[in-house]
Design a binder for this molecule. Structure first.
Ligand code: NCD
Length: 311
């Protein structure tokens, strides 16, 4: 009997597009795949994923492509919009109509907020948002939640500290919104004043009675945190290079700062890291960001197999 018939054929644009139960089913499926690498191995044979990246990516694109190939399917697409007809002035709507007529599902990343939602309106095939500007990144959220679930053993009753560029960081926006649906999560937003979390996210947290506070100090708050979510300052979304240079090294997590952290705290980072986590932290058992990147592939396998109805 298919496990997730309800996800088949659906787009994923924002984290709330799937119910908590649907997400839990995806996490269980990802866990099964992690434990048995042959599980679902040929389930997507003959199916095509179009991967359209109008903005740079390493992990998201490669993990989607690896996921599709591991399921026995194939990928086509571009990693550089300069090599697509977007460079000739083709509209997103037209590009998507074409891709949807060639492929069974589309994964796309764009520098423009709302691009994936727009694409889904023109697409016959399901569209997966792999990042739309400073807005959302729901499959990173699935990755982050799966990592927490596997490493803490639960997605409830913990304090999460988001640190860095909370204004432009789409992974932060998506994860904070998603966690607002879980029980007993406290959030601490650590950022310089120029890069605070957007008001609309705070509005959602207030509506859901989520306890949160904002601070500029990582040192003062690190001792309270169970999950520390570090982020890089999003250079490409700044209007002014001088502001970027002034803010880029506001937070650097190093051994000294970690000495005040809980023994069981986990450190996440969507990656790429620039300077915000010192390399010396990589060998700290609390560093979970490389494991997190691997979970990203398993959860994307679960997602693709479910959306393509291959279970
Ligand atoms: C993130 C993104 O693209 O938003 N990267 C990723 O997908 N893992 C984070 C970032 O670029 O800083």
């Amino acid at each position: 009997m298919p496990l997730l018939p309800e996800i088949k054929g659906r787009s994923l644009i924002e984290p709330e597009d799937f119910s908590l139960l649907e997400m839990e089913n995806l996490f269980s499926l990802a866990e099964k795949i992690e434990n048995n690498k042959d599980y679902l191995r040929e389930s997507c044979r003959g199916r095509l994923l179009a991967s359209l990246f109008f903005e740079p990516s390493t992990r998201t694109r490669l993990s989607f492509e690896a996921a599709m190939l591991r399921l026995g399917g194939s990928c086509l697409g571009f990693a550089d919009p300069g090599s697509s007809s977007a460079a000739k002035g083709e509209s997103l709507a037209d590009t998507i109509r074409m891709a949807a007529s060639y492929a069974d599902a589309i994964v796309m990343r764009s520098p423009k907020e709302g691009a994936a939602l727009l694409a889904s309106r023109y697409s016959e095939a399901p569209v997966i948002n792999a990042g739309d500007g400073g807005h959302h990144h729901p499959t990173q959220t699935l990755t982050d939640l799966l990592t927490v679930r596997q490493l803490l053993g639960r997605i409830e009753s913990f304090t999460i500290g988001f640190c860095g560029d909370l204004k432009f960081g789409r992974t932060v926006h998506s994860l904070a919104k998603a966690l607002a649906r879980y029980k007993n999560i406290k959030m601490i937003f650590i950022s310089p004043l120029e890069l605070v979390i957007p008001e609309y996210i705070k509005g959602i947290l207030k509506k859901n009675n989520v306890e949160f506070n904002e601070t500029e100090s990582l040192e003062k708050s690190v001792g309270e945190i169970d999950v520390l979510y570090m982020t890089r300052v999003q250079r490409e979304r700044f209007f002014n290079e001088d502001d970027y240079i002034r803010l880029k090294d506001t937070y650097v997590l190093n051994t000294e700062k970690m000495s005040a952290a809980k023994e069981k705290m986990i450190i996440l980072h969507p990656l790429p890291r620039v300077n915000e986590i010192a390399v010396e932290i990589d060998t700290d058992p609390r560093a979970a960001y490389f494991k997190q990147a691997k979970y990203g592939m398993y959860v994307r396998m679960a997602l693709l197999a479910s959306i393509l109805g291959a279970l």
